[in-house]
Design a protein around this ligand. Sequence first.
Ligand code: ADP
Ligand code: ZN
Length: 596
Amino acid sequence: MDDNPQHLLHSIFGYEAFRDQQADIIDHLLAGGDALVLMPTGGGKSLCYQIPAIMRPGVGVVISPLIALMQDQVMALQQLGIKAQALHSGMDWQTQQLVEQQVVNGELQLLYVSPERFLMPRNLTLLKAAKISLLAIDEAHCVSQWGHDFRPEYLQLDCLKQLFPQVPRVALTATADGPTQTEMVKRLHLHQAEQFISSFDRPNIRYRILQKQQGKQQLLRFIQTQHQDSAGIVYCGSRKKVDELAQWLSQEGIPALPYHAGMSAEHRSQNQARFLQQDGLVMVATIAFGMGIDKPNVRFVAHMDLPKSIESYYQETGRAGRDGLPADAWMVYGLQDVVWLRQRLMESTMDEAIKRSEQTKLDAMLGLCEVTSCRRRSLLAYFDEQLAQDCGNCDNCLEPVATFDGTEVARKALSCVYRSGQRFGVSHLVDILLGKPTDKVKQVGHDRLSTFAIGQELDQKQWRSVFRQLLAQGFIASDPGTYGGIKLMPKCRALLKGEEPLQLRLDQKVSSKSGKKQRTPVAVADLGLWQALREQRMALAEAQAVPPYVIFSDATLLAMIENKPQNLIQMSHIPGVGEKKLDRYGETFLAVIAAS
Ligand code: ADP
Ligand code: ZN
């Protein structure tokens, strides 16, 4: 029987069971209801509208913001034997007409369109004449003017309810926060819609935030020891840094490509295409890269510079591990990041209210960097979600952080700032504390300060760490008026007077032994088969000009390695092997497994 979601899940998609709320959402849409679906990246949003679209009479129309995303989805659906097409301006006229004809004839199960295309009178006329099974608004947070992905055309989707009053509408997003949610309901007229809100946790992502020492070397070691041969994204704060780092990684034997807004559109899309198509490439990029990157097997996201808010951090790290397999969110962060970001904010000509809100967001981000307890708990708490227990899959859980009573050293640091006139940078202040008679120290007579040489219990790195934490916690600030000189903030008064103790994080030496294991999800004995399966997948993908993960996901290949099916029946039990794919690829992959 084909009129049962569970059966379709198995026969078409090759999966055993629905996850979390998928079944409820599908039932609700099948019954003709509207829905608002908030689910984290990789949670399985697409199935929620694809299955009802297949089951209800007519074509399911999916409004999606990016052509690349649409094409991926369409190719993936066609691989499953579903009649899906896209309509967008990048297609030649003839193909567009062909697709339109298919819509008129009722031959399609799913149609993907961009919002601007959807709103064109020609298209509305076409859809009014056709039978529509449901309307899905993907990446629905694009209606929010406050978010990072605002798309003005999305605002015009407020007409959907009026134009298609009988058609169930579902809006989907992975963006969590309350204001965006309210905005979606309001803009898309979803007041009657049932809300399906999942946990935003991404349990397969391991969060790590390290003290930056020699960032490049740390990154190289991280990739070499844990992610040799994996696809990853490395975010940098500037275009120049992107170019340099991509080149340097390549020289060091890690295949890497750059991506930033300063490159030509052609070069950019070329690099993006290579990243999607090939296994094991590292994309070094500014935040210009990412929206609509649907590649499911990105194994790590690394940050070489601090993002400006937890929202950005969560969104960027969220591009790792969409397939649910283990993935890393890795970041190095140091004193310079804090100084630089704070300063940039102070110098900016933004409206005061916006500036203050940016400041608060940055502070929250810094708080996450400095926190000594479970990072996932702090992250989720920021999005108003409480985790019942520590996660066991972040650096602070895996290697508990040592703290020390920093009251005394903090007071020394603060008083050194004060006595030297609140206009010198951290390096100079540390020289004074350590009693280093450098030329500059002598020149300004700071070797005669009462704070000269009072800090010999710590070394230079440790003092920098103390200043970083004081900065992050807002006891001190860097002053653009004195080119980054450190000044005291009102908050430090209680600390100076000795009214308040201060716990500080004891930064570990970077070369700790932990986490040296390769995070490739395959046992060493199976590496040969893993390679062979990936090569087979690549060959099939190239022959059809589709991305490899459209053929089979990594999770499916890994299940083949684990179960080593020997015939088609056994192969059909592998998750992700539906009827169509069993037909087309079953024998081919059985042969690869048999030959191993
Ligand atoms: P999202 O759009 O929420 O980021 P996707 O819809 O792309 O997530 O799904 C992520 C991955 O999980 C895909 O590979 C998808 O095939 C898989 N998936 C979705 N639902 C299930 C399920 N019930 N069982 C197994 N895998 C699933
Ligand atoms: Zn944790």
